[in-house]
Design a protein around this ligand. Structure first.
Ligand code: TYM
Length: 329
């Protein structure tokens, strides 16, 4: 069975972008692949979270994984910092990662711009830690959203480079995966290109009905179509993207037709969209709250997952050490 790896940083509650960009694929893949889904708490350290938030945030993502339907009996769910083996592979990969290529990654450049007083080495070597996460389990598929494409290219490059340097085929080159036809980018409702925690434009899976309605009714729109069958501007296309993911096909077509014959009323569209998001979120929200309260279960799941992930990582590391020239420990 082929192996799948993916992770989400515990930088706050998960939002619809995380769900449709990543978690939805996790759910589809878990019965067909040998899956490792983890919580990337080490990656979240680049922004220096408060010590009192570290465990709580990781548990929040773990509770959300379970609430969404990831089954710990089927998939290996673990917290990144519980599997210290990844740091050894991170070190080896860093020896063959070059400053120039790391500095050139757009995510590094973006982050360096956003946090100019904290351009740390962890930020620079973020892609090597991500590659180590993936390669320690020899994953072939990685379900991620569009924003991770460059990190995935780096992971493939590091795998290829290791194989070339040591004349081995140890690491497969991992491919991005999505359930949709192309890589997914869920937009913000504020007219911005992407829903993201740092953008402050998220609809969280844990948002209640009142919050969702408020956020959706505030979505940016325009004056409406001037001519029939015209192309939708980005802010309107964004609303239709949401209809496409949470509403029925009939609802989508109803508003699409209204757009095409210039009779669309954005207020009606937003009301319907808000109700569809509320209906989508409600069962997940309830389960997140239940799981968050059950810390005993969360600890059990994390412990079991860490054991399985460590076993897999150690197997790979034994091979890596031998290839590099170290004696088997
Ligand atoms: P993170 O925590 O930023 O995001 C987690 C996942 O959610 C997806 N995502 C989106 N997809 C579509 N539209 C959006 N608006 C949107 N916002 C977020 C991301 O693409 C991602 O799949 N580097 C990773 C974490 C990571 C990882 C890994 C992932 C660490 N190691 C190994 C895969 C494999 C990250 O920062 O994701």
């Amino acid at each position: 069975m082929e192996t799948v790896v993916s992770g989400i940083r515990p930088t706050g509650d998960l939002h619809l972008g995380n769900y449709f960009g990543a978690v939805k694929s996790f759910l589809q893949m878990q019965h067909e692949y040998n899956c490792y889904f983890f919580i990337a708490d080490w990656h979240s350290l680049t922004t220096h979270p408060k010590p009192e938030d570290i465990v709580k945030n990781a548990e929040g993502v773990l509770a959300t994984y379970l609430a969404c339907g990831i089954d710990p009996e089927v998939s290996t769910i673990y917290i990144q910092s519980d599997v210290k083996e990844v740091l050894e592979l991170y070190l080896y990969l860093n020896m063959n990662a070059y400053l120039g290529e790391l500095e050139r990654t757009t995510t590094f450049k973006d982050k360096a711009r956003k946090q100019p007083n904290n351009v740390n080495a962890g930020l620079l070597t973020y892609p090597t830690l991500m590659a180590a996460d993936i390669l320690q389990h020899k994953a072939v598929k990685v379900p991620v959203g569009k924003d991770q494409e460059q990190n995935m290219e780096m992971a493939r490059k590091f795998a290829r480079r290791f194989n070339n340097i040591y004349d081995t085929d140890l690491f497969p080159e991992p491919a991005s995966f999505t359930y949709a036809k192309e890589a997914i980018k869920i937009p913000g409702l504020d007219g911005s290109g992407k829903m993201g925690k740092s953008e402050g434009n998220c609809i969280y899976l844990i948002d209640d009905a009142k919050t969702i309605r408020k956020k959706v009714m505030k979505a940016v729109t325009d004056a409406g179509p001037a001519t029939p069958n015209s192309e939708k501007p980005e802010v309107i296309e964004n609303l239709f993207t949401f209809l496409d993911i949470v509403s029925s096909k009939d609802t989508y077509e109803y508003f699409d037709e209204k757009w095409n014959n210039c009779s669309i009323r954005y207020g009606d569209l937003k009301k319907q969209l808000a109700e569809d998001i509320v209906a989508f979120n409600a069962p997940i929200r309830e389960k997140i709250l239940d799981y968050k309260a059950n810390t005993e279960l969360l600890e059990k799941v994390a412990k079991l997952g860490a054991e399985k992930a460590r076993e897999s990582a150690n197997k790979t590391l034994d091979e890596v050490r031998k290839i590099i020239g170290f004696h088997k420990i």
